[in-house]
Ligand binder design. Structure first.
Ligand SMILES: Nc1ncnc2c1ncn2[C@@H]1O[C@H](COP(=O)(O)OP(=O)(O)OP(=O)(O)O)[C@@H](O)[C@H]1O
Ligand SMILES: Nc1nc2c(ncn2[C@@H]2O[C@H](COP(=O)(O)O)[C@@H](O)[C@H]2O)c(=O)[nH]1
Length: 188
């Protein structure tokens, strides 16, 4: 068996971060990239753990230094990007690795890392997605509307992905994801 890079995307509040946290807890062998972002931390978010929280100038320097594997402006609100060095180092070790990024970033990685597996995390329904976003309580009404507008575009892009997982229950979705990370050597 060998490991591969899995790219997890899906609409806002579908549960990408929650499923990734479950994978981190239940499968410490799986490496999950920590993105850089210019957005402000939410209560409880820790720099270097949930994100590398950086200034606009710091993000500019990362872009100019070609330090990001991909990056995008997400929800017309902030910039997010995947630091390239750690991903390359982990893949060189043959360790299972995961990126949790938006659709624009997934499209960039699709063109630069064709061996990666692209997984779309889908909500059980639109109503449940809205319930999860409202229930999280981390955005203003205006931000929620912006995120839901992006979500409609992202849901329409499901066919671009290799696999869809419906996030009914977090532990089951996390196990489905981890099962995709190792492949028989003959599949390469
Ligand atoms: N399977 C699930 N059933 C019920 N609630 C869930 C489930 N998965 C996640 N949630 C809840 O939905 C909310 C959104 O989850 P989370 O923040 O992980 O989403 P996300 O996809 O990472 O969102 P974003 O793209 O906006 O960062 C959280 O309050 C989380 O606890
Ligand atoms: N293109 C990238 N998108 C990323 C990255 N890290 C996170 N994200 C996506 O941003 C949105 C919003 O996240 P939030 O934490 O503000 O709710 C979500 O879709 C993430 O998947 C990244 O490095 N590149």
């Amino acid at each position: 068996m060998t490991s591969r890079l899995v790219v997890l995307a899906g609409p806002t509040a579908v549960g990408k971060g929650t499923v990734a946290a479950r994978v981190r807890e239940a499968h410490p062998d799986v490496w999950i990239s920590v993105s850089a972002t210019t957005r402000a931390p939410r209560p409880g978010e820790v720099d270097g753990v949930h994100y590398h929280f950086v200034s606009d100038a710091e993000f500019d320097a990362m872009v100019e230094g070609d330090e990001l594997l991909e990056w995008a402006v997400v929800h017309r609100a902030a910039r997010y990007g995947t630091p390239r060095g750690p991903v390359e180092a982990v893949l060189a070790q043959g360790r299972p690795a995961m990126l949790e990024i938006d659709l624009q970033g997934a499209r960039q990685v699709r063109s630069t890392m064709p061996g990666a597996l692209f997984v779309f995390l889908k909500p059980p329904s639109w109503e449940e997605l809205v319930r999860r976003l409202v229930g999280r309580g981390t955005e203003t009404e205006e931000e929620r509307e912006r995120r839901l507008a992006t979500a409609r575009t992202e849901l329409a892009a499901e066919a671009e992905f290799d696999v869809t997982i419906v996030n009914h229950e977090v532990p089951a979705a996390a196990e489905e994801l981890v099962a995709l990370m190792t492949v028989p050597a003959s599949a390469h």
